[in-house]
Design a protein around this ligand. Structure first.
Ligand SMILES: Cc1ncc(COP(=O)(O)O)c(C=O)c1O
Length: 394
C-alpha cells in the first residue's frame, strides 16, 4: 500500500541514508506501527530525540496551543516560549544565558564560534584551537566534522577547517601534551554516544576541569545526546559534579521538533553581541513551547527517577546475558543511554530485532545501543532481553 513512499524516496531524495524496510505510519509512547498494522517497541526514540516517547500529550498540547497563537515571528521580536524555555534551562543548569538554534551541529557551530570569540575578546586573539576526543561525534557541518574525532565522517571533504586536535578519552597526559599557546577550549561528550557509549571517568572530568581553569581554557560539554534526562539526570555533567563553561543541547530538547541550544555562563555568553551570531528559525516558538513542556514534564513528573531505575534494571538484565554469552565484552552507560559491546559486528542483530518488532541500533560496528523512551516499562525491557537471548541462541 505504501510502496510509493519507498519508491519516491529512493527516486527523489539524495542517498545519504541507508533506510530500514518498515514504513511507519503512526507512533504513540514507546510504540510504532507500520503500514501493515504491525506494532514495534522503540528502543531508539528517533536516536535519543523522543525521550518522553512519541507524541507525549504535554508536548502535543503545548505545540497546538502555540500554533494557535503564531508559528514564526523572527528573532527581531520577543517571544514568550523562548523566554520561558531559556529561563527553565538556566535555572536548572550551570548556565546564565542561552542561544537557540535548530540542530545539534548548529549548536556546536555556535559553541565553537563562542569559544573563539571569547578568546578574542579577552586578550587572546591568537587562541583558536579546540581539543576534542578521538571517536567523538559533533555533527555534519564543516566546523563540526572538523571537530569530530571519527575519521569516517571527514573522508572526502578535505581540506577541513583548521583548529581542531583529537586526543584519547580519559588520558589527561595526552590532552596536556596537545595543548599549545593557540588552544582556547576543550570540547567533549561526557559519554560518547555515536562513539560506542564510552564514558568519561570521574577523576578525568575533575582533572579536566582543574586543568582548563589553570590554563585559561574553556570547557565545552556536547550534551546533545546525553542531555535532557537521557542519563537519569537533566544533564550528564551532574553525575560528575563538574560544570562546563559552555554546553550544547539538541535532540531531546523538544521531543521531536527541531531545536538546538548553546548554554553558557554570563562571562562567556557576553562575547555574543548583536551581529555576531544568528539563525532565522533558531528558537522557533512552537519548538520552544514543546521544549517548555519537555522540561516541566522532566522536572515535575518523576521521569528522571524512572529513567534511573529502568536504566539500572536494564543494565542488570543485559549483564545477566553477559554472564551467559562470552561474546559480550561489556555493558556500559548511564540511565537509558546504554551500550553492549560484542566481539563481532552487530548490524545483523539490529535487523533480526526489527523482524521481531524491536527497534534498536548499532554504533562503532560492534556496540548495540539502546535509547528507549525514559518512560519505558520493565515488561518492555524484559521482552527485548528475551528476544536478544533468542537471537543469541540461534
Ligand atoms: C553528541 C552529538 N553531537 C552532535 C550531534 C549532531 O546533531 P544533529 O544531527 O542534530 O546535527 C549528534 C547527533 O547524533 C550527537 O550525538
Amino acid at each position: 500500500m505504501y510502496d510509493d513512499i519507498t519508491k519516491k524516496t529512493d527516486r527523489y531524495i539524495m542517498g545519504t541514508y541507508r533506510r530500514f524496510k518498515p514504513v511507519f505510519v503512526k507512533a504513540k509512547g514507546t510504540k510504532l506501527y507500520d503500514d501493515t498494522g504491525q506494532e514495534y517497541t522503540d528502543f531508539l526514540s528517533g536516536i535519543a530525540v523522543c525521550n518522553l516517547g512519541h507524541n507525549h500529550p504535554n508536548v502535543v498540547d503545548a505545540i497546538f496551543k502555540q500554533i494557535g497563537n503564531y508559528m514564526h515571528l523572527s528573532n527581531l521580536f520577543y517571544m514568550r516560549p523562548q523566554a520561558d524555555l531559556a529561563e527553565l534551562l538556566a535555572q536548572n543548569s550551570f548556565a546564565d544565558k542561552v542561544f537557540f538554534c535548530n540542530s545539534g551541529a548548529e549548536a556546536n557551530e555556535g559553541a565553537i564560534k563562542l569559544a573563539r570569540k571569547y578568546a578574542k575578546d579577552n586578550g587572546a586573539a591568537d587562541r583558536y584551537e579546540i581539543i576534542t576526543l578521538i571517536d567523538s561525534f559533533h555533527g555534519r557541518t564543516f566546523a563540526t566534522i572538523s571537530a569530530t574525532g571519527q575519521e569516517k565522517v571527514k573522508k572526502g571533504f578535505e581540506p577541513l577547517l583548521p583548529g581542531f586536535k583529537h586526543v584519547k578519552l580519559n588520558d589527561m597526559d595526552g590532552l596536556k601534551a596537545a595543548v599549545t599557546n593557540a588552544t582556547c577550549a576543550v570540547m567533549i561528550e561526557p559519554i560518547l554516544g555515536e562513539g560506542g557509549v564510552m564514558e568519561a571517568a570521574p577523576e578525568y572530568m575533575t582533572n579536566l576541569r582543574m586543568f582548563c581553569d589553570d590554563n585559561y581554557l574553556l570547557l565545552i560539554f556536547d550534551e546533545i545526546q546525553t542531555g535532557i534526562g537521557r542519563t537519569g539526570k537533566l544533564f550528564a555533567y551532574e553525575h560528575y559534579g563538574v560544570e562546563p563553561d559552555i554546553m550544547t543541547l539538541a535532540k531531546g530538547i523538544a521531543n521531536g521538533l527541531p531545536l538546538g541550544a548553546v548554554l553558557a555562563k554570563e562571562r562567556v555568553a557576553k562575547a555574543f553581541v548583536p551581529g555576531t551570531h544568528a539563525s532565522t528559525f533558531g528558537g522557533n516558538p512552537y519548538a520552544c513551547s514543546a521544549g517548555v513542556a519537555v522540561m516541566k514534564t522532566l522536572l515535575h513528573e518523576g521521569v528522571l527517577a524512572k529513567c534511573t531505575d529502568m536504566g539500572e534494571y536494564f543494565r542488570g538484565e543485559l549483564n545477566k546475558l553477559k554472564g551467559k554469552y562470552g561474546f559480550i565484552n561489556e555493558v556500559r552507560g548511564k540511565g537509558l543511554l546504554i551500550g553492549m559491546e560484542l566481539d563481532f559486528p552487530c548490524a545483523d542483530i539490529v535487523t533480526k530485532c526489527l523482524d521481531k518488532g524491536f527497534i534498536i541500533n548499532c554504533t562503532m560496528e560492534n556496540v548495540l545501543r539502546f535509547l528507549p523512551s525514559l518512560l519505558i516499562s520493565k515488561e518492555e525491557i524484559d521482552a527485548l532481553v528475551e528476544v536478544l537471548e533468542e537471537i543469541f541462541n540461534t
